[in-house]
Design a protein around this ligand. Structure first.
Ligand code: UDP
Length: 235
């Protein structure tokens, strides 16, 4: 395997599958199978899960809600998703721990970096819920932050698109995919990979990001074994 310890970022929307809202158990089970394929090979897996399938603070704020309150709701939504993912992974026989950036002790362990690393070393998948624990951030920022803290080799951003293109591939049929692109070129060309805060944190810490299509079965294994799919962003 090319990568020994990975941080997988899944958006909340990824869990919806073909639904408009909430969580699709079939999709969750498919993700669990993909994760099992790599944990069986000894890869250490940490997952940061988003909450956009349930609630986003900005959406609340645009309807007149206080932004901070909305963001708290969004962070709690990521804990709900974390619990759902934990259930699916354990149904597939993968030992897991859910750690939350917001104290919610009856439901999840608090985030403690050293404990998270210990779980990974013991072969448990660690799911990080609650984002960074702060409003005005995103779960992409949480993904980069946690990846740096646990010294992951790479961030794998699982999306429904198979990489980074020079234009939106869903709107422009001529859009061209990059196999590899530097952090600088992403910024120069104004491409969207993650929000700026998350992206800059990754760049400053020289943590590579691979964007790939998580909805194709077996892709996660391919990426982790070093196959050239998706787009890799590094120095
Ligand atoms: N959120 C937050 N701080 C964080 C991470 C998330 O306030 O550190 C809130 C924010 O309101 C965000 C919501 O949680 O809109 C869900 O997270 P995100 O939008 O990143 O989820 P995704 O797009 O990955 O599903």
């Amino acid at each position: 395997m090319k990568y020994k310890r990975i941080l997988l970022k899944l958006s909340g929307e990824a869990l919806m599958g073909s639904r408009q809202y909430g969580i699709d158990p079939t999709r969750l089970a498919e993700y669990a199978e993909d994760v099992k394929a790599i944990t069986d090979l000894g890869v250490e897996v940490a997952i940061v899960i988003g909450g956009g399938n349930i609630f986003r603070g900005v959406a609340g704020a645009s309807n007149g809600m206080d932004r901070v309150q909305g963001d708290h709701m969004g962070m709690l939504a990521t804990v709900i998703n974390g619990l759902a993912l934990q259930g699916a992974l354990e149904d597939s026989g993968i030992p897991t721990r859910l750690q939350s950036a917001i104290h919610i002790d009856e439901v999840a362990e608090p985030f403690i970096m050293r404990k998270a690393v210990r779980h990974l070393e013991k072969g448990r998948v660690v799911i990080f819920g609650g984002g960074t624990g702060n409003p005005y951030f995103t779960t992409d920022s949480a993904a980069v932050l946690r990846a740096i803290e646990i010294k992951a080799d790479v961030i794998l951003k699982g999306t429904r698109v198979d990489g980074i293109y020079n234009d939106d591939p869903e709107k422009n049929k001529e859009a061209v995919k990059f196999d590899h692109i530097s952090f600088d070129d992403v910024l120069k060309q104004g491409l969207k990979v993650m929000d700026t805060t998350a992206f800059t944190l990754s760049q400053e810490n020289e943590l590579p990001i691979i964007v790939f299509d998580m909805n194709k079965k077996g892709n996660l294994l391919k990426v982790v074994s070093g196959e050239n799919i998706g787009t890799k962003v590094n120095l």
